[in-house]
Structures are given as structure tokens and as C-alpha cells.
Design a protein around this ligand. Sequence first.
Ligand SMILES: Cc1cc2nc3c(=O)[nH]c(=O)nc-3n(C[C@H](O)[C@H](O)[C@H](O)COP(=O)(O)OP(=O)(O)OC[C@H]3O[C@@H](n4cnc5c(N)ncnc54)[C@H](O)[C@@H]3O)c2cc1C
Length: 379
Amino acid sequence: MSKIFDIIGAGIGGLTTAIALERKGIKTRIFEQAEEIKQVGAGIILANNAMQVYDKLGLRNIIEENGNPISSMNITKKNLKPLSKIDLSYFEQKHNTKNIAIHRGILQQILIKELKTTKIYLNHKLTKIEKNGNDYDLKFSNGEKIKSVHVIGADGLNSTVRETIFPNTSIRNANQICWRGVTDYELPKKYGNELNEAWGKTERFGFVQIAENKVYWYALKAFKEDKNEFSVKDLNTYFKDYNTTIKGLVKATKKEHINTAEISDLKPTNIWYKENVCLIGDSAHATTPNMGQGACQAIEDAYVLSECLDKYNINKAFLEYQKIRLPKAHQVVKASWMVGKMAHFSNPILIGLRNLMLQVTPSSVNKRQNEQIFQLAKI
Ligand SMILES: Cc1cc2nc3c(=O)[nH]c(=O)nc-3n(C[C@H](O)[C@H](O)[C@H](O)COP(=O)(O)OP(=O)(O)OC[C@H]3O[C@@H](n4cnc5c(N)ncnc54)[C@H](O)[C@@H]3O)c2cc1C
């Protein structure tokens, strides 16, 4: 296929798609609204499914070298006593890949460096797509107009591409505020290769090592009406009853380096493409972060879409891509939404029941759920 694919958005989804298409000999251009690609002050966990894709793209070693392997994911009480533990070693062996926690900025740089023929056009915020015969006119806020034949919307939750082709989708606010930070910190050795997420009452706190003496943490709190009910200034108060490691991480992070965001997702939609325009990643299926799968699902999209475009003509490729990816992506969105609700129960009886359920759920049930998520589609 000799025509160029224009990707809107240079996030993890857009960059990985460009790399995957380059590997198939398909040319791409990326248009990104930002004036420069800034390092986000947060980490990310690339679960086994994402790492299998990066293995196929030849990026596994460099990501492993720059990140930290995670062999267990734990939900705990405030004091870090485990309620449930998912041992990832079974999946590591089965798929011969690890789960890697890494700084987002470092991952971004690895992906950007890997682009060989793709140019990233910064300061190109897409404002409109207009059909013009068989092609599209892409209009940007800097006044430029570019002709395009194939468009891939990788422009995230508030996607302009999606708004243009499917104006009736809806974004759901989870009524949770999220703080994220990265700090230099020497974790107790036992936490070195684990993700721990402590659940309390309407709030929770997760942390994971991303490099030697570097820790990424995130904290969430449910609000009733307005996110301004809570402030980053009071973070230590919200977690004052938590384990000393958690309090230490908050204390060690400069407040001005903490990233604050509201949590939302996209209500599942059943169509991801129209004619020559197709959505991937958060623009198609943004999820709440409760399963740590948003970017992993975008990475799977990149892999499946590139395989389909390599095998089929454009119409069949988009259809097959959607058929393969949509059920799994929606499963993640739905499960993640539910986990988010459960994690923020405020009623003490419900909290007790939830904790008991987490403790008694057999590890085989957890394993089965992850089995589906970590399995890549066969194409
Ligand atoms: C608190 C939190 C923690 C998370 N943790 C994890 C995790 O551990 N593991 C995981 O897999 N996922 C995680 N996620 C989810 C993950 O961050 C997203 O799913 C992922 O970043 C989506 O990638 P994307 O490329 O589709 O979209 P985005 O990352 O949103 O990228 C979209 C890009 O498009 C650009 N853009 C937007 N509009 C335009 C426009 N009009 N014109 C041009 N460019 C545009 C943006 O500037 C951006 O660069 C987390 C999310 C949150 C909020």
C-alpha cells in the first residue's frame, strides 16, 4: 500500500501505530497539537499484552533496559497488608515477556527515536476534517490545510477526529480526582518488583518502582459534586492513616511536580471507522485507569491495525481491525469502570464485604481474567 496514512496525535497510541506501520512499509505522517513533546511527570505500566507487541516491533529490550519488571500486582489495605495478589510470573513464562513499569517520558523518547521515515508535525492542532471528493481536507489551528487520503485518529479522549465522524459519543466523568508523581525514593526491597495499590474509604494510593531509587505513585479520591472539594496541598492529610512508605512518597514529592487530573472514560461505541477515517486508542475506547490497560489497549490497536492494513484493502482492514479489537477493548472499559466504583465505596459495610471478597476470591479467578487480557489476538 503506497499511500500515506495521516495520524492525528503523537501519544503512545499514535507513535506506536506509526512504528508498526513503518515495519510494514506503510508511510505515515503524524500531526500533533503540542508545540513540543513534553515529558509527562508520571510512570506507566506496560502489561504483558503491550510488551508482547513491543517484542514483535523489536522494542522489548530497550524498554526492559529502561524500566523495571513487575512480577506481582497487589491490592492492599491502608497498612499495605495484601487483600489480593496477582502473581504475574505464570504470564511471564507463558508469553515469554515481562510486565514493565517505566517513566512515560522515557517511553515517549524511545518511541520517537524509533521512527525512521515518519515526520512529526508539531503545533498542528486539528480543528476540522472535511470530505473533498475521495480525499479529506485536514484543517489545523495554525491555518494550514493539508490533503489526506487516510486518517487515523489517535487524538485521545477528547478526539476531534471522533467528534467529526461520530458527533454523538459521550464522555463519562467518574467523579474521581487523580494525582500522579515521580520521586527519588528508596523503597523497602520487598516492594522493588511489585505494584501495590492500597484501598481505603473513597480514596486509594498506588506505587511502583520504575528505575533504581525512582518511584511512580498515583492517588485517587472520589468527589460528590466538584473536584475542587480536594486539593493537592492536603494530600498528606488524605493519606495520614496509610503505611509510612505511602506517607513518605507523598512527602518526598514536590507539590509543583504533582500532576492533577479528573478521571473520565468514553461510553463504549460500536463503530470506530467511517470510510477512510479510523480511530485507535483513547479516541476509540478511552477507559478509566483502574486496570492499567488504557495505553496497553492502544498498543494492541497499533499492532492489529498494522497487520490488517498489511493483509487487506483499506475497507476490509478497518472492518477486521474493529471486529478483532472492539470486544476486548470494551471488556476492559466495562471492568475498569466497575473496579473504580468498588475501590471508592464509602459505606463501611460495603467496604468490609468488598475486602472479604478480594481476600476469598480464588487466585484461579484472577488468573482467568488476566488470561484474556494478556492474550494477543491471532491475525
Ligand atoms: C492516572 C492515569 C494512569 C494511567 N496508567 C496507565 C497504565 O499504567 N497503563 C496503561 O496502559 N494505561 C494507563 N493509563 C491510560 C493511558 O494513559 C492512555 O490510555 C493512553 O495514554 C492513551 O494513548 P493515546 O495515544 O490513545 O491518547 P493520548 O495519550 O491522549 O494522546 C493523544 C495525543 O493527541 C494529541 N491531540 C489531541 N487532540 C489533538 C488535535 N486536535 N490535533 C492534534 N493532536 C491532538 C494530544 O496532544 C496527545 O499527544 C492511565 C491513565 C491515567 C489518566
